[in-house]
Design a protein. Structure first.
Length: 209
């Protein structure tokens, strides 16, 4: 469903082609809200839809982002519902169970997180989404589960994998050796907090000076 109350401000992009790139974000807690702001700043998305069981929270983030549009890029931002996923180029799922202080592994909350995502996936899947990007933890397990629950081809369900773990590791390595985090060319293959530890792939040499 479109946001019919959206007014004709200079940021509406109504002079663009009929097909407008849209990203829907399901879950507007810290990860979802940060993802939305990053997309707005990047200027790569024409429409950002925020979906949350707490409608007021989604509307609050949408209002904040519209207020910031003057200092960023033009984009239509609004709080929507699962029907908006059908017109989205990508639907990002960030919803999940908040980790507890004594949690030793992401798998500790697997049962609760899986139950939540199964319900969300069913509500999204009935609108035939194009691409699902899963960022909920434990991401690898839930990405596989979302693929099965959605009934979509494997190539249309993607997980964020260890991209964040790789970013964390590069940052800390850069701080240790006094180089920018972009310098080390390496990737974590396994996520943190796994008993087997994180394997490192594709490391190269670089000079700290």
């Amino acid at each position: 469903m479109s946001d019919s109350s959206y007014n004709n401000s200079p940021n509406t992009l109504h002079d663009k082609p009929s097909h407008i790139a849209r990203v829907a974000i399901v879950g507007t807690s810290l990860v979802g809200a940060t993802t939305a702001y990053a997309l707005l700043i990047s200027g790569t998305v024409a429409e950002i839809v925020l979906i949350d069981r707490d409608k007021k929270r989604a509307e609050g983030h949408a209002n904040d982002m519209r207020d910031a549009a003057l200092f960023s890029h033009n984009a239509k931002v609004f709080a929507g519902d699962f029907s908006d996923c059908g017109d989205a180029d990508v639907t990002i799922i960030t919803a999940g169970v908040s980790p507890s202080v004594d949690m030793k592994s992401r798998l500790d909350n697997l049962h609760e997180s899986a139950s939540m995502l199964k319900d969300i996936t069913g509500k999204i899947a009935c609108h035939n989404p194009r691409i699902l990007l899963v960022a909920s933890n434990p991401v690898d397990v839930l990405t596989y589960a979302v693929w099965k629950w959605s009934g979509l081809p494997a190539g249309r369900v993607i997980g964020s994998g260890t991209s964040l773990d790789t970013s964390r590791f590069r940052r800390r390595l850069g701080e240790l050796y006094g180089v920018a985090p972009q310098r080390p060319r390496l990737y974590r293959w396994r996520a943190r907090r796994q008993p087997s530890g994180g394997l490192i792939l594709g490391a190269n040499r670089w000079h700290a000076s």
